[in-house]
Design a binder for this molecule. Structure first.
Ligand code: ITT
Ligand code: NA
Length: 182
Protein backbone atom coordinates (compact mmCIF):
# COMPACT_ATOMS: atom_id res chain seq x y z
CA UNK A 1 0.00 0.00 0.00
CA UNK A 2 0.88 3.65 -0.26
CA UNK A 3 -0.15 5.81 2.65
CA UNK A 4 -1.41 9.32 1.89
CA UNK A 5 -0.13 11.89 4.37
CA UNK A 6 -2.41 14.91 4.75
CA UNK A 7 0.18 17.55 5.66
CA UNK A 8 1.73 20.72 4.36
CA UNK A 9 4.94 20.15 6.22
CA UNK A 10 7.67 18.82 3.90
CA UNK A 11 9.97 18.01 6.84
CA UNK A 12 7.37 15.77 8.43
CA UNK A 13 6.82 14.01 5.10
CA UNK A 14 10.54 13.49 4.58
CA UNK A 15 11.06 12.03 8.04
CA UNK A 16 8.01 9.77 7.76
CA UNK A 17 9.21 8.56 4.35
CA UNK A 18 12.59 7.59 5.69
CA UNK A 19 11.18 5.91 8.84
CA UNK A 20 8.58 3.87 6.92
CA UNK A 21 10.98 2.88 4.13
CA UNK A 22 12.66 0.54 6.65
CA UNK A 23 9.43 -1.45 6.64
CA UNK A 24 8.94 -1.23 2.87
CA UNK A 25 5.95 1.07 3.35
CA UNK A 26 5.61 4.10 1.11
CA UNK A 27 3.95 7.39 1.92
CA UNK A 28 3.16 10.37 -0.28
CA UNK A 29 1.92 13.88 0.38
CA UNK A 30 -1.84 14.27 -0.01
CA UNK A 31 -2.49 17.94 -0.62
CA UNK A 32 -5.85 17.79 -2.32
CA UNK A 33 -7.50 17.25 1.07
CA UNK A 34 -7.67 20.03 3.61
CA UNK A 35 -6.58 19.13 7.14
CA UNK A 36 -9.33 20.49 9.37
CA UNK A 37 -7.66 21.38 12.64
CA UNK A 38 -9.88 21.97 15.64
CA UNK A 39 -8.48 23.80 18.64
CA UNK A 40 -8.03 21.39 21.50
CA UNK A 41 -5.67 20.63 24.36
CA UNK A 42 -5.50 17.05 23.10
CA UNK A 43 -3.45 15.98 20.07
CA UNK A 44 -5.52 12.78 19.91
CA UNK A 45 -8.73 14.78 19.60
CA UNK A 46 -7.24 17.00 16.87
CA UNK A 47 -6.09 14.00 14.81
CA UNK A 48 -9.25 12.03 15.36
CA UNK A 49 -11.45 14.93 14.32
CA UNK A 50 -9.37 15.68 11.21
CA UNK A 51 -9.72 12.09 9.94
CA UNK A 52 -13.21 11.19 11.11
CA UNK A 53 -14.89 13.71 8.80
CA UNK A 54 -13.49 12.08 5.71
CA UNK A 55 -12.18 8.64 6.62
CA UNK A 56 -10.80 7.21 3.40
CA UNK A 57 -8.54 4.17 3.61
CA UNK A 58 -4.80 4.87 3.94
CA UNK A 59 -5.15 8.56 4.79
CA UNK A 60 -2.69 9.60 7.49
CA UNK A 61 -2.66 12.72 9.67
CA UNK A 62 -0.07 13.60 12.30
CA UNK A 63 -0.19 16.29 14.95
CA UNK A 64 2.68 17.12 17.26
CA UNK A 65 3.59 19.28 20.16
CA UNK A 66 6.46 20.24 22.40
CA UNK A 67 5.41 19.98 26.07
CA UNK A 68 7.56 21.93 28.54
CA UNK A 69 7.45 20.58 32.11
CA UNK A 70 7.92 23.86 34.00
CA UNK A 71 5.25 25.50 31.82
CA UNK A 72 2.74 22.75 32.64
CA UNK A 73 2.93 21.37 29.12
CA UNK A 74 2.77 24.65 27.20
CA UNK A 75 2.93 25.10 24.18
CA UNK A 76 1.75 21.49 23.46
CA UNK A 77 -0.93 21.53 20.74
CA UNK A 78 -0.25 25.26 20.26
CA UNK A 79 3.40 24.69 19.30
CA UNK A 80 3.06 25.84 15.71
CA UNK A 81 1.41 29.12 16.78
CA UNK A 82 4.01 29.77 19.47
CA UNK A 83 6.81 29.03 16.99
CA UNK A 84 5.36 31.59 14.57
CA UNK A 85 4.71 34.25 17.22
CA UNK A 86 7.38 34.30 19.94
CA UNK A 87 9.72 31.79 18.28
CA UNK A 88 12.53 29.76 19.80
CA UNK A 89 14.05 32.67 21.69
CA UNK A 90 10.68 33.70 23.06
CA UNK A 91 10.14 30.19 24.39
CA UNK A 92 13.62 30.05 25.96
CA UNK A 93 12.96 33.42 27.59
CA UNK A 94 9.97 31.89 29.39
CA UNK A 95 12.38 29.43 30.99
CA UNK A 96 14.86 32.04 32.24
CA UNK A 97 15.60 31.43 35.90
CA UNK A 98 13.96 28.03 35.85
CA UNK A 99 16.20 25.12 36.87
CA UNK A 100 13.86 22.58 35.39
CA UNK A 101 14.40 22.55 31.60
CA UNK A 102 12.63 19.23 31.02
CA UNK A 103 10.40 18.87 27.98
CA UNK A 104 9.08 16.22 25.67
CA UNK A 105 7.88 15.97 22.10
CA UNK A 106 4.73 14.02 21.40
CA UNK A 107 3.44 12.81 18.06
CA UNK A 108 -0.01 11.40 17.40
CA UNK A 109 -0.41 9.71 14.02
CA UNK A 110 -3.87 8.76 12.80
CA UNK A 111 -4.57 6.19 10.09
CA UNK A 112 -7.90 5.54 8.38
CA UNK A 113 -8.51 1.89 7.74
CA UNK A 114 -11.86 0.16 7.14
CA UNK A 115 -13.61 3.45 7.89
CA UNK A 116 -12.04 3.56 11.30
CA UNK A 117 -9.42 5.86 12.76
CA UNK A 118 -6.46 4.16 14.47
CA UNK A 119 -4.16 6.29 16.58
CA UNK A 120 -0.45 5.71 17.20
CA UNK A 121 1.61 7.82 19.58
CA UNK A 122 5.27 8.45 20.22
CA UNK A 123 7.07 10.47 22.86
CA UNK A 124 10.69 11.50 23.26
CA UNK A 125 11.80 12.97 26.56
CA UNK A 126 14.58 15.50 26.89
CA UNK A 127 15.38 19.05 27.85
CA UNK A 128 15.63 22.50 26.33
CA UNK A 129 19.05 23.95 25.49
CA UNK A 130 20.14 27.39 26.72
CA UNK A 131 20.53 28.65 23.14
CA UNK A 132 19.34 27.46 19.71
CA UNK A 133 22.03 25.18 18.21
CA UNK A 134 22.38 23.39 14.88
CA UNK A 135 20.76 23.76 11.51
CA UNK A 136 19.22 20.48 10.43
CA UNK A 137 15.59 19.55 10.89
CA UNK A 138 12.88 22.14 11.56
CA UNK A 139 10.76 23.84 14.18
CA UNK A 140 12.01 23.33 17.73
CA UNK A 141 14.88 21.01 16.72
CA UNK A 142 17.58 23.62 17.56
CA UNK A 143 16.46 23.83 21.20
CA UNK A 144 15.56 20.19 21.99
CA UNK A 145 18.13 17.80 23.50
CA UNK A 146 16.88 14.21 23.79
CA UNK A 147 17.57 12.23 26.96
CA UNK A 148 21.00 10.56 27.00
CA UNK A 149 22.55 13.06 24.56
CA UNK A 150 24.14 16.51 24.64
CA UNK A 151 23.37 17.46 21.05
CA UNK A 152 20.14 19.11 19.93
CA UNK A 153 18.06 17.39 17.26
CA UNK A 154 19.26 20.09 14.85
CA UNK A 155 22.91 19.24 15.60
CA UNK A 156 22.41 15.47 15.25
CA UNK A 157 21.24 15.38 11.70
CA UNK A 158 18.39 13.40 10.23
CA UNK A 159 19.51 9.81 10.72
CA UNK A 160 20.04 9.97 14.45
CA UNK A 161 16.97 12.16 14.98
CA UNK A 162 14.96 9.54 13.08
CA UNK A 163 16.12 6.84 15.48
CA UNK A 164 15.02 8.74 18.56
CA UNK A 165 12.19 11.07 17.68
CA UNK A 166 8.54 11.13 18.74
CA UNK A 167 7.70 10.87 15.04
CA UNK A 168 9.79 7.73 14.54
CA UNK A 169 8.17 6.09 17.58
CA UNK A 170 4.65 6.88 16.39
CA UNK A 171 5.33 5.76 12.80
CA UNK A 172 7.12 2.63 14.05
CA UNK A 173 3.96 1.76 15.97
CA UNK A 174 1.90 2.31 12.83
CA UNK A 175 4.28 0.14 10.78
CA UNK A 176 4.15 -2.64 13.37
CA UNK A 177 0.36 -2.54 13.24
CA UNK A 178 0.34 -2.74 9.43
CA UNK A 179 2.79 -5.63 9.39
CA UNK A 180 0.65 -7.47 11.93
CA UNK A 181 -2.61 -7.16 9.99
CA UNK A 182 -1.03 -8.12 6.68
P1 ITT B 1 0.68 19.85 9.33
O1 ITT B 1 0.47 20.49 7.98
O2 ITT B 1 0.92 18.38 9.21
O3 ITT B 1 -0.40 20.18 10.33
P2 ITT B 1 2.43 21.44 11.04
O4 ITT B 1 3.71 22.09 10.69
O5 ITT B 1 1.27 22.32 11.36
O6 ITT B 1 2.08 20.42 9.87
P3 ITT B 1 2.14 20.04 13.61
O7 ITT B 1 0.90 20.78 13.91
O8 ITT B 1 2.07 18.56 13.61
O9 ITT B 1 2.78 20.47 12.21
O10 ITT B 1 3.31 20.42 14.60
C1 ITT B 1 3.26 21.60 15.36
C2 ITT B 1 4.60 22.24 15.44
O11 ITT B 1 5.43 21.49 16.32
C3 ITT B 1 5.38 22.33 14.14
O12 ITT B 1 5.04 23.43 13.36
C4 ITT B 1 6.81 22.46 14.67
O13 ITT B 1 7.10 23.79 15.02
C5 ITT B 1 6.76 21.60 15.92
N1 ITT B 1 7.31 20.26 15.63
C6 ITT B 1 6.62 19.14 15.29
N2 ITT B 1 7.46 18.12 15.07
C7 ITT B 1 8.71 18.60 15.27
C8 ITT B 1 9.99 18.05 15.17
O14 ITT B 1 10.20 16.79 14.80
N3 ITT B 1 11.03 18.83 15.43
C9 ITT B 1 10.86 20.11 15.78
N4 ITT B 1 9.69 20.72 15.88
C10 ITT B 1 8.60 19.98 15.63
NA1 NA C 1 -0.64 21.64 12.60
Amino acid sequence: VTLRFVTRNQHKLKEATSILSQYGISIVMENSINKVEIQSDSLEEIVNYALRLNCVDWLVVEDDGLFVDSLNGFPGPYSEYVYRTIGLRGLLRLLQGSRDRGAYFKSVVGLCINNEVKLFTGIVKGRLSEEPRGSSGFGYDPVFIPEGYDLTFAEMGEDLKNKLSHRSRAFNNLATYLTRIN
